[in-house]
Design a protein around this ligand. Structure first.
Ligand code: FES
Length: 196
């Protein structure tokens, strides 16, 4: 055996020793992966498992074509409980609008500037939401929530809608709702009629 072989063998033994010690160290550090309640090795569900499991937008009934007259404004939560949105019917046809004249639209009720509610400033006749009571942003309801004027730089998130047998269903959200890192996380999902 020459010097090179001796050095190589020594290094391999040293690495093997370090590896074993490292594994023992991790095992002894007190960290334990969460376990299921039944004591099995299956990982336990996280406290937000219900929300984390919502990987797609649910399909939820939010109104009725016959019960929503032109000029009406109705509130609904979607896709999480407490997430305020409004459903309204404007005179003209809207981008993403549904119903016989394509004038039924849904939007987030939270201004995209700093999150003030614009629910009380919805004006279906003028086809706008606003001016926002905080810094006067106005959004165009016929053009996907486009910012018309004011401090906001992001359009109002629009709720995707669908009509089936006269009922209006929410099926998704275009745009990030103010204050959310993800529209589907950090809350309890509203009860879904059927999943898409
Ligand atoms: S919060 Fe609406 S314009 Fe500032």
């Amino acid at each position: 055996m020459n010097d090179n072989e001796t050095e190589s063998t020594t290094r391999r033994r040293l690495l093997a020793t370090v590896g074993t010690a490292g594994a023992a160290s991790v095992a002894g550090c007190g960290f334990q992966a969460p376990q299921a309640d039944d004591g099995s090795d299956a990982p336990a569900e996280s406290p937000t498992a219900q929300v984390d499991g919502l990987e797609r937008y649910p399909r939820v009934r939010v109104g009725s074509v016959d019960e929503l007259s032109e000029g009406d404004v109705e509130s609904f939560a979607y896709p999480l409980d407490g997430t305020e949105n409004f459903l309204t019917r404007i005179p003209g046809e809207a981008w993403g609008g549904v119903g016989p004249e394509g004038g039924i639209v849904g939007f987030s009720g939270l201004c995209t500037h700093m999150g003030c509610s614009v629910q009380g400033q919805v004006s279906p006749e003028r086809e706008v939401a606003g001016p926002c009571p905080c810094h006067y942003t106005t959004f165009d309801l016929s053009m996907g929530g486009l910012v018309v004027s004011g401090a906001a730089t992001t359009d109002l998130p629009q709720i995707r809608l669908d009509v089936e047998d006269g009922d209006v269903y929410a099926t998704g959200v275009d745009g990030l709702v103010y204050g959310r890192r993800n529209n589907l996380r950090d809350g309890t999902p509203v009860e879904a009629a059927t999943e898409e």
